[in-house]
Ligand binder design. Structure first.
Ligand SMILES: [Fe+2]
Length: 262
């Protein structure tokens, strides 16, 4: 790893202790918390790779790593309180994460610019779209987290949809896997190289399509290279059925993944 990367070890140590305490309080089923712990480690690793390759200024680089580490800090309390990771049925975990970081005074020792960038990125990482007019530094740091998050969500979904068990199913959207059920809007988005929306999903296969469209929603060449190299999107798209509903979109997405310059 690049020696110039910011050192956030004290934050990582706090996070480990926080997760251990949350896990100790979850006697019924800690497996979903373990998935979020692993997800955080993977997102941080992706963020480090992006930061190392994209050569950011020190303030943005440090905020990007802190935001990657803390982006899902609220997932542990969210699950323990509501027994779900679905924001619509519980709380906005990005905004709740900001409240936890303030409550725990996690960023009080950081420079004000780093603190603002980190809190903004945690709070906005799960928005469908970023607000217009967002200043460049805020957009950059938030996009590192959003790209890194997407890269690991692909891994989680690829594994979940192929090796379902009780713990991993918790991480998967509850959607029917009924043959013939599909969303024309999701299919059209994919065929037009638009990013599909969660709100339009009707089936598990729609979700595979949506994940394939994320290639067009990555902000850094480093992210696109990792997206292709990890192969999860390709694997997800390959498992779409070659029927009337999905054959065309399957071919289109595979061509796009195989022939896109980064
Ligand atoms: Fe998140």
């Amino acid at each position: 790893m690049n020696a110039a990367l910011p050192d956030i070890r004290p934050h990582e140590e706090w996070f480990r202790a926080y997760v251990a305490a949350e896990r100790a309080g979850e006697r019924e089923n800690p497996a979903p918390l373990d998935l979020k712990d692993l997800h955080t480690a993977k997102v941080l690793a992706h963020a480090r790779a992006i930061v190392a390759e994209e050569a950011f200024a020190p303030t943005e680089a440090r905020a990007a790593l802190l935001a990657a580490l803390y982006h899902d800090v609220a997932r542990f309390e969210q699950y323990r309180r509501f027994r779900t990771f679905r924001d619509a049925e519980s709380c906005n975990h990005g905004q709740w994460g900001v409240r936890i970081l303030k409550r725990e005074k996690r960023l009080d020792t950081e420079a004000p610019a780093i603190r603002r960038l980190t809190l903004a990125a945690v709070g906005m990482h799960n928005r469908y779209a970023l607000p217009a007019g967002l200043p460049d530094a805020f957009r950059l740091v938030t996009c590192v987290v959003r790209d890194a998050d997407k890269l690991d969500i692909l891994r989680v979904m690829d594994e979940s949809l192929h090796h379902p068990d009780a713990a991993t199913r918790t991480a998967v959207l509850s959607l029917p896997d009924t043959p013939g059920l599909f969303s024309p809007r999701v299919r059209d988005d994919a065929l037009c190289n638009r990013v599909a929306s969660y709100a339009d999903l009707r089936s598990v296969n729609d979700f595979r399509v949506l994940l394939g469209t994320w290639f067009g929603d990555l902000h850094f060449a480093a992210s696109r290279r990792r997206f292709l190299a990890e192969g999860h999107a390709r694997h997800l798209v390959e498992t779409l059925p070659e029927d009337d509903a999905y054959a065309a979109v399957r071919t289109h997405l595979l061509n796009r993944l195989d022939n896109s310059p980064c």
